[in-house]
Design a protein around this ligand. Structure first.
Ligand code: AMP
Ligand code: ZN
Length: 510
């Protein structure tokens, strides 16, 4: 198999063929920084992160660009309400957004560009679209894109354009689904809505040069950003499903009219996050940011919650709605703890092997000692090697099938069961342990939810706790179960939990 991607442009699963083998160009629409990102927004960036990490995992060299939509109806409106300048206001929420990404182990794009820095680039495109008749200027100095002029309009969004008469004009950045309309490339300055916020572009028409005072429309921002950092063509363009129409459709119309080339080869969309199967909305009381989720689970560390949310996203196909519930988050937190437990056990087991090996010093017979070393240390059995290969192959196959992260997670859980039972049976050699850890590390480049620090058991258990544990073990030998239980409770109060394993009991800090 090789990588296959569901391409929204053709509505088919296609074999991935990059334009250039040594640089896959990936663009995704960035945030509108007028508030903290909600968990639906973050789901979109998780999906995009899985795609980019998978491409890298499969050996593609990628270059990634994300914009920040700092000029938009909402940022202008709310910055004025807050009494802050647009710059100060959007920089604050952009920083918070990037910090949320970091908490969720989402890699930042190689280039992150606020749109306010691209005004001359937008001016250049608008000039060209006017010159070629794709755009027209209205009396107030706004510029509109004439959708009827672009023959392929509607192809990406799969709209039926028969009988469409383009007479409606739209000023808003976002508009109703399937409402085909000429959209603004540049909006003339309006003191009432724009306040202090105005930019200028120079436009030549009919031998005259005009300075247009106003602000760009949303769609031209992403077209200009792609043109500046990538040129006319890119490999993959991503966003949330709500971006498909009108935003992505309008990006195609602008860029392809400007370059005469197919803009993005593949278009991918992450479907929406719902809460309790309902659209998330402040008015419905089911609207959450990452900080709200942390707040609701105060007794659990933020690091674990962030990993659990990432796991939930991995366990959802990106072309399906993601139903967020607090019950499901609770289940994901348990799964994370369970994965951590595996890591700790693997670490302890590895330590015990090392101790065993040190212990062979006392063996006087050199041959016997060498044989034991070889067996416990160096050996990698054929069966083990075959297992490793099979696991890796299955994991790759899942991801190559349109980024099936849910399938990939199933393989990881099978691997976890395999590790746990073989550790129970003390079946791995030290070299095999290393190989297991290496495979987990390779997979973690995509999933980024495993904690390898847990391999090192640097937990120091105080002597009095160890003494209580010894007493409890003694009580068990004496069949004094009342005492055995009592000590468990005492340890519990002291903040330690008992873990009864096949090879004996041990304590761990809760
Ligand atoms: P915005 O900040 O509104 O520009 O949105 C940023 C990203 O979040 C875009 O890619 C949107 O498509 C995406 N998005 C918005 N709402 C949701 C949602 N409920 N679920 C998933 N993605 C969303
Ligand atoms: Zn965009």
């Amino acid at each position: 198999m090789s990588l296959h991607i569901y391409n929204a442009l053709t509505r088919e699963l296609e074999r991935f063929k990059p334009l250039k083998q040594d640089e896959v160009k990936v663009y995704y629409c960035g945030p509108t920084p007028y508030n903290y990102a909600h968990i639906g927004n973050l789901r979109a960036y998780l999906f995009e992160d899985f795609v980019i990490r998978t491409l890298r995992f499969l050996g593609y060299k990628t270059r990634t660009v994300m914009n920040i939509t700092d000029i938009d109806d909402k940022t202008i409106r709310d910055s004025q309400k807050s009494g802050k300048s647009l710059k100060e206001f959007t920089e604050f929420y952009s920083k918070e957004f990037l910090s949320d990404l970091t908490k969720l182990h989402i890699n930042h794009a190689d280039t992150i560009s606020p749109i306010s820095e691209l005004i001359p680039d937008m001016g250049k495109m608008i000039q060209w679209l006017l010159d070629k008749g794709y755009a027209y200027m209205s009396e107030d100095g706004s510029v509109y894109y004439s959708v009827a002029k672009f023959k392929k309009y509607g192809k990406l969004a799969n709209l039926n354009m028969t009988g469409m008469i383009s007479s409606v004009r739209i000023d808003n950045d976002e508009y109703e689904k399937d409402q085909v309309a000429d959209f603004a490339l540049w909006k003339a300055y309006d003191k009432k809505t724009d306040g202090e916020n105005a930019w200028e572009i120079e436009i030549k028409t009919g031998g005259e040069t005009k300075i247009l005072k106003g602000r760009p429309g949303w769609h031209i921002e992403c077209s200009a950003c792609n043109m500046k950092f990538f040129g006319p063509q890119i490999d993959i363009h991503m966003g949330g499903i709500d971006n498909l129409f009108p935003h992505h459709q309008n990006e195609v119309a602008q860029t392809e009219a400007y370059t005469g080339k197919q803009f993005s080869q593949y278009w991918m969309h992450g479907w929406h996050l719902l809460v309790d199967n309902k659209k998330m909305a402040k008015s419905a009381g089911n609207f959450y940011t990452l900080r709200d989720i942390f707040e609701k689970n105060k007794d659990i560390s933020e690091v674990i919650i962030a990993r659990a949310f990432r796991l939930m996203a991995l366990q959802n196909q990106y072309r399906e709605n993601f139903n967020f519930t607090f019950d499901r988050l609770g289940a994901a937190i348990n799964t994370i703890k369970w994965l951590d437990e595996m890591m700790k056990r693997l670490g302890r087991y590895q330590d015990s092997l090392i101790w065993d090996l040190t212990g062979t010093e006392w063996l006087e017979d050199l041959r016997e000692r060498t044989a034991k070393w070889r067996l416990k240390f160096h050996e990698i059995s054929r069966e083990f090697r075959d297992n490793q290969q099979a696991f890796m192959q299955e994991f790759v196959e899942k991801l190559e099938d349109d980024f099936d992260t849910l399938g990939a997670m199933t393989i990881i859980f099978e691997y976890q069961t395999y590790i746990n039972s073989a550790v129970d049976d003390e079946a791995f050699t030290l070299e095999e342990c290393k190989s297991l850890i290496d495979l987990l590390k390779t997979w973690n480049e995509v999933i980024a939810i495993l904690d390898f620090d847990l391999l090192k058991s640097n937990e120091v258990i105080p002597n009095e706790i160890l003494a209580l544990l010894a007493e409890r073990n003694e009580a068990k030998l004496q069949k004094n179960y009342a005492e055995w239980d009592r000590i468990r409770n005492e340890l519990d109060i002291l903040g330690y939990k008992i873990i009864d394993e096949k090879n004996g009991s041990r304590v761990e800090k809760k």
